[in-house]
Design a protein around this ligand. Structure first.
Ligand SMILES: *[C@@H]1O[C@H](CO)[C@@H](O)[C@H](O)[C@H]1NC(C)=O
Ligand SMILES: *[C@@H]1O[C@H](CO)[C@@H](O)[C@H](O)[C@H]1NC(C)=O
Ligand SMILES: *[C@@H]1O[C@H](CO)[C@@H](O)[C@H](O)[C@H]1NC(C)=O
Length: 358
């Protein structure tokens, strides 16, 4: 072999080796967990009739989100979207289960071609598992925790009284129009505010579908002083004790899922805005005090492993305007998994069986 050829070969080998080294030095994605709020829905009629089913827009939103996930993680999943590598867990509500089914459909759409159907290969719907409402302290947070209920009720009384007082002029009008005079009675139970909450939900819904609003309905949509929900939901995590009781199970769920030996690559939780919102507030990444996550918003956490075996987390949030990389205050860049666990240890280390007791 000529010297020149030999040199060229050595050089090629070293370039090749370097490229290879570079590649192995890149952290690799190990597992992803995504919390998504169900798609656009109709308003609930009242507490007794929580219909709130997905609208067509909401169905499309969820199907599109499945396609989005396939675009983002298809390669990572080797384009295999079976329940071996993907799980979809939903709260026990029609709108979230349907959202989960539609996400699964979007995620695995490629496999479903008419030609396949003609060959006798059926589309396999993605299994969506649910947690019964009575024991769900993770996705719907509907499990009763007496100690937590007591703490929230105490703050709720103060919040509602203040809310009504600040908007007294509006509530006199509201009571005249609807007959719900009890709302103005500060010594009555705090759930007296519920008729207003449902009314407001309907007004917002009517506005989004272009129905005309009367003056009072219009005011509940546009007056910033009448924004009720974000402040109300925030009461659930405004102390460490409440964070332990309300958010502890979700923190443990996310952590244990990443720690599991046989973890799945993609774990989707079909959930509600209050969970995402209170979780993001607790993490310190929620931006707008006057909003909660919109329909179809998603919060994702990705687990990466470096070449030296350390694991770190990357968070992103998706809403109507874009996809945002989040930084957890207090967790460095990269946010090592071990650091995350110790940072939130006081929330995670609780035991709801014991602490929920009065
Ligand atoms: C206000 O509510 C309390 C408690 O339900 C009730 O005892 C009281 O009569 C109410 N006051 C008025 C003016 O309706
Ligand atoms: C919303 O629209 C429905 C149907 O038109 C109407 O019955 C209802 O009163 C409206 N609610 C509000 C708060 O505007
Ligand atoms: C979407 O989320 C980003 C990041 O949290 C926020 O800055 C932005 O205001 C949100 N967009 C809307 C329309 O709320």
């Amino acid at each position: 072999m000529q010297l020149f050829q030999l040199l060229a070969l050595i050089c090629f080998a070293c370039v090749f080796k370097q490229a290879n080294c570079q590649e192995t030095k890149l952290p690799s994605l190990i597992s992803v967990q995504v919390i998504v709020r169900h798609g656009d829905r109709e308003p609930d009629t009242d507490f007794q009739n929580p219909a709130g089913e997905l609208t067509n827009k909401g169905k499309k939103q969820m199907h599109d989100f499945g396609i989005f996930l396939r675009g983002k993680y298809g390669k990572f999943l080797n384009y295999v979207t079976s329940s071996k590598s993907v799980s979809i867990l939903s709260s026990d509500k029609g709108r979230t289960i349907e959202s989960g089914l539609l996400i699964g459909r979007g995620l695995s759409e490629d496999k479903f071609k008419k030609s396949e159907l003609d060959k006798g290969n059926m589309y396999v719907p993605f299994p969506v598992r649910t947690i019964p409402a009575e024991i769900d302290d993770v996705i719907q947070t509907s499990r009763i925790c007496p100690r937590f209920e007591k703490l929230v009720d105490d703050s709720f009384v103060i919040y509602v009284t203040d809310f009504v007082e600040r908007n007294r002029r509006f509530f006199i009008k509201f009571a005249q129009a609807t007959g719900h005079w009890i709302i103005l009675n500060n010594t009555a139970y705090p759930h007296r505010i519920d008729p207003f909450v449902f009314y407001q939900e309907q007004a917002i819904y009517n506005a989004t579908i272009g129905l005309p609003l009367d003056d009072m309905a219009q005011e509940t949509v546009v007056n910033p002083d009448l924004v009720f929900k974000p402040g109300f939901e925030a009461l659930k995590i405004d102390s460490l004790e409440k964070q332990r009781l309300y958010m502890g199970p979700l923190f443990r769920q996310l952590t244990n899922t990443f720690l599991a030996e046989d973890k799945k690559k993609l774990n989707i939780y079909s959930a509600h805005d209050r969970v995402m919102y209170t979780f993001m507030l607790t993490l310190g990444v929620w931006q707008d005090p006057k909003e909660t996550p919109p329909y179809g918003a998603a919060l994702s956490v990705e687990l990466y492993e470096t070449f030296s075996g350390e694991t770190f987390l990357e968070w992103w949030y998706k809403n109507d305007t874009g996809i945002y990389l989040l930084e957890i205050p207090g967790c460095d860049k990269p946010c090592f998994f071990s650091q995350f666990i110790s940072q939130f240890d006081q929330i995670m280390s609780g035991d709801n069986e014991i602490e929920c007791q009065l």
